[in-house]
Design a protein around this ligand. Structure first.
Ligand SMILES: C[S@@+](CC[C@H](N)C(=O)[O-])C[C@H]1O[C@@H](n2cnc3c(N)ncnc32)[C@H](O)[C@@H]1O
Length: 304
């Protein structure tokens, strides 16, 4: 008990020193007596009922059971739900009967909402004093424009909270039995968008460089561009025998997986009619794939 009190004092002192927090009293300390771990939690921000708050929430990759408990609680209690494409219907069905639901999804090739229209909608709903769940597939800060949305909210003085979700790049590799890193030779992994084309003036992805600087690549939105990507990686010096895995609709009941090598990647994707949403994994980690261990997909409804 004495050491607990001492460590609590140390944490308070440290918080004062680092954060110089005159408002430290607003923070509550949660103490796990078994491990004497002390967590500093901004409860004052977390549980206040702020009118017009926007919760930017990750819904996970598709399997409804991969949503977080926190996300589920917010979805069940919110007044408004504004959601993207690729949100499983089982999760949307968790909203209460009075909840207003807006679909603002953007899918390649279909009519889509402009980011400015989504921002305006969030602003309007927040000004009406409603608590809003802004639900995005996977994680809201991974290739999801979550950063743009929270900047907009911040600029407009709207309160928000960010609730992370399991991103599809992680879920796809897990459900196919591929560890994202491995002590025996795969120490770095890069999450990268494959959406950029040759025509884009200011490209931020340098595939040739990635061919040699990262042990493995997890490519989002890369299916339509895969021939270009594979050629760039080969030009950059990646071995044409480098193993590749593709996971379409990861964690969903139509999940489709395949393995090939870099020289055949584009051809095999076309031959197998792989289409978005899909994740392409290239590099050393694919060598460490475990066999016969595709995670079973959930057939269950979410439980109370
Ligand atoms: C706009 S990004 C959104 C990514 C999302 N924020 C995340 O963290 O997973 C859409 C891309 O994510 C990937 N994706 C999303 N859900 C997926 C799934 N269930 N299976 C495979 N890929 C998925 C695909 O590459 C898709 O084109």
């Amino acid at each position: 008990m004495l050491s607990l009190i001492l460590s609590l004092r140390r944490v308070k002192k440290e918080a004062n020193r680092i954060l110089f927090l005159p408002f430290l009293s607003k923070f509550s300390f949660k103490i796990n007596i078994a491990t004497t771990e002390v967590h500093l939690l901004p409860y004052s921000l977390m549980e206040n009922n702020v009118s017009g708050i926007v919760y930017l929430v990750g819904a996970g990759p598709g399997d409804p059971e991969l949503i977080t408990v926190k996300a589920l609680r917010l979805i069940r209690s919110c007044k408004v739900l504004v959601h993207d494409a690729l949100i499983p219907k089982e999760i949307l069905e968790e909203a209460n009967a009075e909840c207003e639901i807006f679909y603002v999804g953007k899918r390649a090739g279909c009519k889509s909402f402009l980011q400015s229209e989504i921002n305006s909608l969030l602003l309007k709903l927040s000004n009406e004093g409603k608590d809003i769940v802004r639900l995005k597939g996977g994680d809201p800060f991974v290739f999801s424009r979550g950063g743009e949305e929270v900047s907009f909210l911040e600029d407009n003085g709207i309160s928000f909270e960010i609730v992370p979700g399991i991103t599809s790049g992680i879920a796809a590799s897990s459900y196919f039995g591929i560890p994202l890193t491995h002590r025996n030779g795969a120490s770095s992994v890069t999450f990268v968008t494959g959406h950029e084309t040759l025509e884009k003036k200011e490209k931020s992805v340098n595939w040739k460089q990635l061919a040699t600087t990262s042990d493995s690549l997890v490519i989002y939105m890369g299916i339509r561009n895969i021939e270009f990507i594979a050629n760039e990686l080969l030009d950059g010096g990646m071995n044409n025998k480098t193993k590749c895995a593709v996971v379409q609709e990861a964690t969903l009941k139509n999940q489709k997986t395949l393995m090939t090598d870099l020289s055949n990647l584009a051809r095999i994707i076309t031959k197998n009619k792989i289409r978005p949403p899909a994740i392409v994994i290239i590099g050393k980690i694919v060598d460490f794939k475990v066999n016969n261990n595709i995670t079973k997909l959930s057939q269950v409804n979410l439980q109370n």
